[in-house]
Write a new protein. Structure first.
Length: 334
């Protein structure tokens, strides 16, 4: 291991004194690392556009995890059994944890968490459009786990291999937890589908409402995707939006059949020649309307986050006061 590390350091040409290396030299080094599939780490030189792209993507991801606690959190107090309540509590807490890892990963790029949160609260930062839809029945909790966490897994598994080390490493644990989220949702739906006709109708209704927003989670079609080119070149994005969406549909349709539900797409059919499902047209007007703040729950979600931040001010103040006291005690030799 030691010799291998020595070889790699030599091959990277890391010996010259920093003052002798030009920006172009750093850029060439960065490009070579990307080409080799090496991780870029926080202390490594990186192009400013790469840093900004990562800050935007990781912070949007963090905001999505935190805002994503709200639709399901709404059902914790109304879970039908103690077991379901414990599962849902664990799931929602996991999402909070994902947000925290991701804010920490973004901070390694030289931006503070307060700045990121402030951008969210001011409406300047985006988060996943899916969390601006309401959770109307208990079946929504199951469908979110199955479809929304299922789509999140498809999106996030390639990120475990993304070029920025702290983001890639955070994703490994996040993906393990997302897998539990997907399974608990599917398990909840299986239980409901073996219940009464009213319960089965509830599941079908929830699938009807969440199917299209779940497909929109993969973002615009490749031809319209603004940030994909650079992200692909930099090894941040490994698989395109349309490829991921296709993988999700192909994995999910057999699960829908097993469950006994249909998806609300009259144009969905198996394409023998492609070995994949064809899907109907996505309503991108709806997508952009929700992204731009006009979904059914945008205002409610943002208001809930701002309220939580304000009501939590005393916790942050107490933590800072405690830290200051501990530091003063340490400095005083106690
Ligand atoms: Fe998550
Ligand atoms: Fe999740």
């Amino acid at each position: 291991m030691y010799t291998q590390a020595m070889d790699i350091a030599a091959a990277r040409g890391e010996d010259p004194a920093p003052g002798q290396v030009t920006d172009a030299g750093y850029q060439a080094e960065f490009d070579a690392k990307i080409d080799r599939g090496d991780f870029i780490e926080p202390k490594d030189w990186m192009p400013e556009a790469y840093r900004r792209t990562l800050v935007r993507q990781i912070s949007q991801h963090a905001h999505s995890e935190i805002v994503g606690m709200l639709p399901e959190g709404n059902w914790i107090g109304r879970a039908p059994t103690l077991e379901r309540k414990a599962i849902l509590l664990a799931k929602v807490q996991d999402e909070g944890g994902h947000g925290l890892y991701l804010y920490a990963a973004a901070e390694t790029l030289g931006v503070s968490r307060d700045t990121l949160v402030e951008a969210l609260h001011a409406g300047r930062a985006k988060y996943s459009s899916i969390f601006n839809y309401p959770t109307l029945t208990w079946a929504d909790v199951g469908v979110i786990g199955w479809l929304v966490d299922g789509a999140a897994i498809m999106n996030q598994i390639p990120l475990c291999r993304c070029s920025y080390g702290p983001y890639a490493r955070a994703m490994i644990r996040v993906c393990r937890e997302e897998s539990f989220h997907q399974r608990q949702g599917y398990d909840l739906l299986l239980a409901m589908m073996s219940g009464t006709a009213a319960q089965r109708d509830m599941v079908q209704d929830a699938v009807n409402r969440w199917w299209w927003p779940a497909l929109m989670m993969f973002g615009p079609h490749d031809a319209q995707s603004l940030n994909s080119g650079d992200s692909t070149r930099w090894g941040i994005k490994r698989i395109t939006n349309d490829e991921l969406r296709q993988k999700f549909v192909d994995a999910t349709i057999p699960q829908a059949k097993l469950l006994g539900v249909t998806v609300p797409d009259p144009d969905l059919r198996w394409n023998e020649a492609r070995g994949a499902h064809d899907v109907g047209a996505i309503d991108w007007d709806e997508f952009w309307s929700v992204v731009n703040g006009n979904g059914p729950c945008n205002q409610e979600r943002l208001a809930a986050r701002i309220r939580a931040w304000e009501e939590g001010a005393w916790v942050r103040e107490a933590a800072m006061a405690h830290a200051a006291k501990s530091e003063a005690r340490a400095a005083g030799g106690r």
